[in-house]
Design a binder for this molecule. Sequence first.
Ligand SMILES: Cc1cc2nc3c(=O)[nH]c(=O)nc-3n(C[C@H](O)[C@H](O)[C@H](O)COP(=O)(O)O)c2cc1C
Length: 262
Amino acid sequence: MNATLKILHELRTIHGGFSHQPIREKDLDTILRAAVRAANASARQSYTIVVPGDEQRRDLNWVGAESLLFCVDFTRLIASAHAVGQSFDAASFLPFLTGVIDTTLAVQNAVIAAKSLGIDSLITNGVYRAGNVAKIRTILKLPHQHCFPLLLVCLGYPIADPGRRKGRLEELGIVHRGIYQRLTAGEVTKIVEQYDDPKRNMGLIENWTSLGFDHYLTWFFFQMEQGRRNSRSSQRACAGDTFVRVFPRSRNIGAVRQVGNR
Ligand SMILES: Cc1cc2nc3c(=O)[nH]c(=O)nc-3n(C[C@H](O)[C@H](O)[C@H](O)COP(=O)(O)O)c2cc1C
């Protein structure tokens, strides 16, 4: 395996167990420079990366030695368009979708670059979950329109080695060679079994049998539904409001409902 593949296969998430070891300024710069090298649509780089100071990180309770907040952001594009007597229409779903792709690619570049320097990471989308967006906007002074906090990357060194890698579905149901192939009932059962197999280490929890579930996925979809019922109204309010603020015309295209129901 070459060095690049080794890094890709060694990527792992540290779920909060970061030590106090600081990240060198030089390494942080290297990570940021690698992030912005990611492919992006139409040379727009429809994102900003906010690197908060210690005070803001404390106020936001963010784990790790450094945090990078990746926002889908059209503020710079709009200002650039105005500077040359033009306009940029950011208020609809397609630019947002493209911005999400630009932003996510930059995130993955950052995480890979960090790993190549021996720095681990946690990616979280918790930044736009109910209750969080308003606080982040206030503390980091994000623009109220056209700027959507999409992903937070927490960087640092782990306190302890987390041990086994998390597993993935690899071939069956993931890679469709030739043409798209719908799974047979037997193949779906194999996927259920892959999640059940402790050796594969794929699930979010390991004790689903002791909780009374016959399969991991029974637990997973059951708790997803419970969570959705409990938080539906608050999530809709939060994500919907944020989305409308960022994309004022989105009320007309049904996107608010889509985002609010996640
Ligand atoms: C969009 C996204 C959101 C995530 N949100 C969280 C999160 O809120 N909390 C967390 O502990 N991990 C989060 N993760 C990390 C995943 O849990 C992790 O990637 C997955 O369990 C696989 O583990 P691995 O990265 O160690 O292989 C997130 C990952 C992605 C891509």
